[in-house]
Design a protein around this ligand. Structure first.
Ligand code: S3P
Length: 429
């Protein structure tokens, strides 16, 4: 069967940012007053966060038709012990950030998730939380979930300075959230700055938090006051349409209201490096985050090198960047991205194996991959490994292959973008 290539044209609004939607529920639950969250992401990961906080006594109304969530915060010390194990599903953000919050509670909890979560490294949060005096145990051992977190009834957590070996917003946020409950100040220094949504939202709600270069420092026990939270469109979801616009001949797209926080905008910078016709218009600020409309047109891309401090700002976009690199002239080198191995799947292996299957010239390296672009890609059956970003990346590749791409386990897009296929089909003319 041959594939008829159709250009993508028109305007699209992508769902709310996943990272910010999680944080809005978590911090709203710890604030005093009513939080109204608009453009909330109705993805399975964020629904897991809602469920966990409901189990800890927070009243949360979700209106999926309007993507609006309203919750009544309990204050820092108002959560109650859940009746059963907290289940984060596929969500690493829920697991790691909530562990920081749970470390500061007076009750015990057990927290687990799906098969993928149970293979992902939790030692990276157990280490700093333990240094703060928390008791977080890996039940199977080896730093794996399920985790048992013992409430601190008599002893308090104490603030630490943590030099994180990885640039990870989940690690940084976990420690800062535990810092809300510690004695003394808590700071985290990262090798490179990772997404700073936790810091920005905490500050907006009244926390005493200072960001200086690669270090964030928080003081304990603030009064967090509920505020309205407007979630920007997710740049990680927009990335699939940016790529489609660039690689499908004849395309021109406007992606409205996308979050362009500089700790997340690496994809835009890389597109420019690759010679893309891309612009941002209508830039404005919500209370915490910058947003803009992204305008993108089909472009002949060229290869590039990606490594160093830009990596945390585009870590979730590397699968789709690898697809773009296959359509670029020349070589693309992606390095310093060893973190890809511990995402929802091993994204180095999965990208390299599947793109090789489709005829790409790609090799895996220790910390990334090297792609020589320009070879035509052929259709194939692609196992998504239940990783939403892999499923969406190969769906986009399939728009320009000579025969169809069959994505196995395609419904995992539910994690971050339930209407992905509908939105994509609507843009195809
Ligand atoms: C996230 C941080 C990143 C990212 C993940 C979401 C967050 O993970 O890959 O999809 O919301 O804090 P790391 O902190 O492990 O880099």
């Amino acid at each position: 069967m041959t594939n008829k290539i159709k250009p993508l044209r028109g305007e699209i609004t992508v769902p709310g940012d996943k990272s910010i939607s999680h944080r809005a529920v978590m911090l709203g639950s710890l604030a005093e007053g009513t939080t109204e969250i608009t453009h909330f992401l109705q993805g399975a990961d964020c629904l897991s966060t809602i469920n966990c906080f409901r189990q800890m006594g927070v009243t949360i109304e979700n209106n999926p038709e309007q993507n609006k969530v309203t919750l009544r915060g309990k204050g820092l010390h108002g959560l109650k012990q859940p009746a059963k194990t907290l289940d984060v599903g596929n969500s690493g953000t829920t697991m790691r950030l909530m562990s920081g919050i749970l470390s500061g509670q007076t009750f015990d909890t057990v927290i687990t998730g799906d098969a993928s979560i149970q293979k992902r490294p939790m030692g990276r949060i157990i280490t700093p939380l333990s240094q703060m005096g928390a008791k977080v145990e890996s039940i199977p051992g080896g730093g794996l979930a399920p985790l048992h977190i013992t409430g601190r009834k008599d002893v308090h957590l104490h603030g630490i300075h943590y030099d994180s070996p990885v640039a990870s917003a989940q690690v940084k946020s976990s420690v800062l959230l535990a810092g809300l409950y510690a004695e003394g100040s808590t700071s985290v220094t990262e090798p490179n700055v990772s997404r700073n949504h936790t810091e920005l939202m905490l500050k907006m709600l009244g926390a005493d938090l200072i960001i200086s270069d690669t270090t964030a420092t928080i003081q304990p026990n603030p009064k967090l006051t509920a505020r309205k939270i407007e979630v920007p469109g997710d740049i990680s979801s927009a990335a699939y349409f940016i790529a489609a616009g660039l690689i499908v001949p004849g395309s021109q797209l406007v992606i409205k209201n996308v979050g362009i926080n500089p700790t997340r905008d690496g994809i835009i910078r890389v597109c420019k490096q690759m010679g893309a016709d891309i612009a941002i218009e209508n830039i404005r600020n919500t209370d915490t985050e910058a947003v803009g409309d992204i305008i993108v047109s089909y472009s002949q891309l060229k290869g590039t090198e990606i490594g160093g401090p830009i990596i945390p700002t585009l870590i979730d976009e590397i699968p789709i960047i690898a697809i773009m690199a296959c359509f670029a002239k020349g070589q693309t080198v992606i390095k310093d991205a060893v973190e890809l191995k511990v995402k929802e799947s091993n994204r180095i292996d999965v990208m390299v194996n599947n793109l090789s299957l489709m005829g790409a010239d790609i090799i895996a390296t220790e910390d990334g991959m090297i792609i020589n672009g320009g070879l035509p890609l052929h259709g194939a059956a692609i196992d998504s490994k239940a990783d939403h970003r892999i499923a969406m990346s190969f769906t986009i590749a399939g728009l320009v292959t000579d025969s169809p791409v069959d994505v196995l386990g395609a419904d995992c897009v539910n994690i971050s973008y339930p209407a992905f296929y509908e939105d994509l089909n609507r843009l195809m003319r």
